[in-house]
Design a protein around this ligand. Structure first.
Ligand SMILES: NC(=O)c1ccc[n+]([C@@H]2O[C@H](COP(=O)([O-])OP(=O)(O)OC[C@H]3O[C@@H](n4cnc5c(N)ncnc54)[C@H](O)[C@@H]3O)[C@@H](O)[C@H]2O)c1
Length: 80
């Protein structure tokens, strides 16, 4: 299954995306990397995703985008 996780660079979404990857799903994280806190924490989360994805059958993609951008959301969920 192809899963899109909005806010996937954050705390809850990051763990969710890791769990989907571990279960072998294709995962796209859609996040605007908002700077509420240290962006290095988000970069670390995205590194974990890539590492887990490299050990599973699923594919992984990160899309930098804003959920308020309707066209970007339509595009990212098109085959999810
Ligand atoms: N962490 C908790 O214990 C907890 C408990 C109850 C509710 N919540 C709620 O769950 C949600 C996620 O919490 P979290 O702790 O993972 O927060 P977080 O800040 O770690 O993650 C949120 C992610 O959403 C992204 N984001 C913010 N605005 C965006 C936008 N317009 N478009 C795309 N991405 C955007 C941010 O860049 C961030 O990576 C929040 O609404 C929070 O209030 C969290």
């Amino acid at each position: 299954m192809h899963v899109v996780v909005t806010g996937g660079a954050g705390f809850i979404g990051g763990h969710l995306a890791t769990a989907f990857l571990r279960d072998g799903h294709d995962v796209t994280v859609f996040d605007n990397l908002a700077s509420f806190y240290d962006p290095r924490l988000k970069e670390h989360t995205l590194d974990i995703h890539r590492e887990v994805a490299s050990e599973t059958d699923g594919t992984y993609a990160f899309r930098d985008g804003d959920v308020r951008d309707a066209e970007a959301v339509r595009e990212v969920v098109a085959d999810a």
